[in-house]
Design a protein around this ligand. Structure first.
Ligand code: F6P
Ligand code: MG
Length: 486
């Protein structure tokens, strides 16, 4: 299956793909060099040179030396990328997906350079090359060069996290307690409203993307994450295609079913996804939620298993009001950058505590399951899922609803190519994932628009080009698009 239309290319000057390659990637790569530099300079220097710590000292020196080599390799990668050099195979780094990657590389891209190859490929390839540099080392093998950024931005969003935690208590009580006086239809109506609100929180959490907003300050993040009711209502204006009512019609008939989240970014976005997942369990629409995370650091802010567990642990620690416990060691005891989160207000701490206790139980009882698969960090569009990752495809076919979060997932769903925005339906754009014959599960995309690919939009909803030149990739607009077999 080939892209049904021309792919988005970084060689299209003036496109966002071009801006990404020319301006965003160099910043992202430079930040990795800074991050490794910081970590190296935090390595403990052992003062007493007795026999006991000799080997420890050697290890630290070796780690430091490897750190320098990493910085050099990353700088080399930046050089190749910025000068638009020819793409090269990924060196064998011992990872199990390497053959797959190089198969795609040789088959389609070995004659291409960083600008001429499909943008979707080069962008994934960039993160896979970065992974390779760390994977080849001994002491930095599991190091995530984006972890520091991810944890710092979560720290900046802690007020919104508290706000939402306080509200969720109320919402869950309303959603689950059908008193004698509440008629079924009233309860259902309340649930519909709450479901809308929670989906919006999960959706707009995607606007806080570190790869897109490298210079965002803490105030900006807070603004983005402001979840006051009014703001959420306002935000619906910016949803250019909104299938939420259709989704609700389907979900409201579910009882104790399985729902899957193909997660995107860690931190605040993940928190919003977990809030929605929590509610789905509490209301018993779902009895089992599968979360799909990335197996390597990916597109700066994407959730890894480490990030997932770190969020739970951090929430647990801050709700104990004991910030000194916070452990964000990234397999490295030397990063302590979230230490200063402190919640002084006891009732704030309690509402987080309630959440986190429940979440930990879900995990213990396998009601929440965290999964990972190399396919999510492959260069393939999801059009290829059934032939490239048949095991994953089969696994997902057992779900009753698959929620794809974020921009990159959307790009992969619709094959990242130049569709007509108004004359292509979402169904057409997701190709084989909508095929009638295997009746694949209902599919929901929650995406804020951060790339120039979009389908299924009514002409009347397109923002006026005069005031919003960058509407397609500013992250200010979003789509909620749903496909299911009738
Ligand atoms: O288009 C901007 C961009 O950084 C893309 O590189 C990528 O598709 C996306 O945003 C990442 O965003 P998200 O985290 O929503 O997938
Ligand atoms: Mg992402």
């Amino acid at each position: 299956k080939n892209p049904p239309r021309p792919a988005l290319l970084s060689s299209d000057e003036g496109s966002f793909a071009y801006t990404s390659a020319a301006y965003r990637w160099p910043v992202i790569i430079t930040k990795i060099i800074d991050d490794v530099y910081k970590t190296r300079h935090l390595l403990p220097i052992l003062k007493n040179e007795n026999d006991n710590n000799h080997s420890k000292r050697m290890e630290i020196e070796e780690k430091n030396r490897e750190g320098k080599e990493i910085m050099d390799s990353i700088a080399g990668l930046k050089y190749q990328m910025q000068r638009g050099k020819k793409l090269i195979p990924i060196e064998d780094d011992g990872e199990s997906d390497i053959d797959n990657w190089n198969y795609v590389f040789h088959k389609y891209f070995e004659r291409e350079n960083w600008y001429s190859a499909a943008w979707l490929f080069t962008e994934c390839y960039l993160y896979r090359r970065i992974r390779s540099i760390f994977a080849k080392t001994k002491h930095w093998h599991d190091y995530d060069p984006f972890f520091r950024q991810k944890s710092e931005s979560f720290k900046a969003s802690i007020n919104s996290v508290i706000e939402i935690s306080k509200r969720i208590d109320q919402l869950i009580i309303t959603a689950t307690t059908a008193t004698m006086a509440t008629s079924t239809s009233t309860l259902l109506d309340q649930q519909r409203i709450i479901f809308h609100e929670l989906v919006l929180i999960s959706l707009w959490g995607n606007a806080t993307d570190l790869s897109l907003l490298p210079n965002l300050n803490h105030e900006d993040i807070k603004k983005l994450q402001n979840t006051g009711d009014k703001l959420l209502k306002e935000s619906e204006k910016n949803i250019l295609a909104n299938d939420l009512d259709k989704v609700w019609n389907v979900i409201s008939k579910y009882r104790k079913t399985r729902i899957d989240f193909i997660l995107d970014n860690a931190g605040f976005e993940l928190f919003g996804d977990l809030i929605l997942a929590d509610w789905l369990i509490q209301t018993e629409y779902a009895s089992e939620i599968h979360f799909h995370v990335k197996s390597i650091p990916w597109f700066v802010s994407d959730t890894t298993i480490f990030d997932f567990n770190w969020l739970l642990k951090t929430l647990n620690d801050i709700s104990d009001n004991n910030s000194d416990n916070i452990n964000d060691n990234n397999s490295d005891k030397n990063i302590k950058n979230i230490k200063n989160i402190k919640i002084d207000n006891i009732s704030d701490a309690n509402s987080i505590k309630k959440l986190i206790n429940r979440w930990q139980i879900y995990i213990k009882k396998n009601q929440w399951i965290i999964e990972t698969h190399h396919f999510w960090t492959s260069p393939y569009s999801y059009w290829h899922m059934s032939e490239q990752a048949p095991d994953l495809y089969l696994n997902l076919s057992k779900s009753s609803l698959i929620i794809y979060k974020g921009d990159l997932n959307y790009r992969k769903l619709v094959y990242d190519c130049k569709w007509s925005i108004t004359n292509t339906s979402f169904k057409e754009a997701i190709g084989p994932l909508a095929s009638e014959k295997d009746s694949s599960p209902p599919l929901l995309a929650l995406r804020t628009c951060k790339a120039e690919v979009l389908v299924g939009i009514d002409e009347s909803r397109i923002p006026s080009f005069d005031d919003e030149k960058d509407w397609m990739y500013s992250g200010k607009y979003a789509v909620i698009q749903f496909h299911h077999h009738h």
